[in-house]
Design a binder for this molecule. Structure first.
Ligand code: M6R
Length: 365
């Protein structure tokens, strides 16, 4: 059932091009995004006071990326909330709030309770769910399914990727409705999204190189993931992947925040994974790379093709993802992060599919 692979996690990482294709392709028809009959019309969208993205864990990390993507395209405030916090913060929600609830399982208790709270306060709830007929799917006003198929490994991979792809679709659909995206940009972004599965195949071809890098770095006691904007969102997920399956201590930081405290932890032999694929902020993140390097860190860099030369001059090793539409950056960058975590955990002999203390679906508070 593992399709010949040692672990479900690896099988599911490799299934991502198909999962993303299954999620995207039925929703692009003649160059237009269609959302399974979900209608968010221009008046409704223009009238929104806020979009609240609510989720836990990796789904929350999709929310962090969603904030950057949605705010850029829609020019509406987007707040990302951990479901377990949303419930208890007396959230500011009205009938002009759209709650975007993200959950693979559709059963996470905090997310479900937050959904109920959001609805009680008058929000319209649109959920992004992988398990058909799950409680969150049933209790939402509308649901869009990620067609990732069953995900067995506790550490999410293909569900995360399909959630991101669906966020892209929602963002493009809403921007089109609102008229906040020029026609040509919309067409280019839709075409780019259609090409995402193929680009994911290309990223997966780097498997052996990533395994080699994992063999160099697996013994580092402490790892920091740094990045800005969408790179920061991916850093959060890369760090969670690594710590949950390999039990290494790791943290993700917005690169500019390092010197406000965390940089004191950087010493000889600390591993820093520097994500700098977001072109407008490449130089800014690289200046933070220079800072950690001069304090003795070993730096594994990840950037987009075209930037590998300046990056490799500053870091120990460089990984790249194919040059692509900026919206696709998190979808592409997360794959090397998943593979790196997988191979590090493999080197440590960890129980990859069932990490200690963790459950696939968190149904207690
Ligand atoms: O099923 P959900 O998406 O609601 O689960 C939320 C988190 O428990 C989940 O994303 C968790 O962080 C992942 N298993 C981590 O890989």
């Amino acid at each position: 059932e593992k399709g010949g692979y040692e672990h479900f996690m690896l099988k599911e990482i490799l299934e991502q091009p198909k999962a993303v294709r299954d999620t995207i392709s039925p929703r692009i028809q003649n160059g237009e995004v269609v959302l399974d009959g979900v209608e968010l019309d221009a008046d409704y969208l223009h009238g929104l006071d806020k979009i609240y993205v609510i989720a836990c864990g990796s789904s929350y990390h999709v929310g962090v990326a969603a904030k950057y993507i949605l705010e850029k395209l829609l020019r509406k405030p987007v707040e990302v909330a951990l479901a377990s916090e949303f419930r208890y913060c007396d959230p500011i929600v009205s009938s002009r709030t759209l709650a975007l609830v993200i959950s693979q399982s559709g059963e996470t208790i905090d997310t479900l309770a937050a959904l109920r709270e959001a609805r009680r306060r008058g929000a319209r709830v649109l959920s992004v769910v992988n398990v058909v007929g799950s409680t969150i799917a049933r209790e939402s006003d509308e649901v869009l399914y990620t067609w990732a198929g069953p995900e067995i490994a506790v550490a999410t991979t293909k569900a995360y990727s399909t959630q991101l792809a669906l966020v892209d679709l929602i963002a493009l659909y809403a921007a089109r409705q609102m008229g906040t995206i020029p026609e040509a940009e919309y067409a280019a972004a839709v075409a780019a999204l259609e090409g995402l599965p193929e680009l994911l195949e290309k990223v997966l071809e780097q498997r052996e190189q990533i395994q080699y890098l994992a063999s160099l770095y697996f013994n580092h006691p402490s790892v920091f993931f740094i990045g800005r904007n969408l790179d920061y969102a991916v850093g959060l997920e890369g760090s969670l992947k690594l710590k949950e399956i390999s039990y290494l201590h790791s943290e993700a930081y917005a690169a500019g925040e390092l010197k406000h405290g965390t940089i004191s932890l950087i010493e000889n032999g600390t591993l820093v994974v520097a994500l700098a694929g977001y072109a407008p902020l490449f130089e800014k993140t690289m200046s933070n790379v220079v800072e950690v390097k001069s304090r003795g860190a070993d730096v594994l860099g990840l950037t987009m093709e075209g930037f590998e030369k300046p990056m490799s001059e500053a870091v120990n090793h460089t990984l790249t993802v194919p040059a692509a539409h900026p919206m696709l950056l998190p979808s592409l960058e997360v794959v090397p992060m998943q593979l790196f975590a997988y191979y590090v955990a493999l080197m440590h002999g960890c129980d990859i599919d069932k990490p200690r203390n963790l459950a696939k679906s968190v149904t207690v508070e």
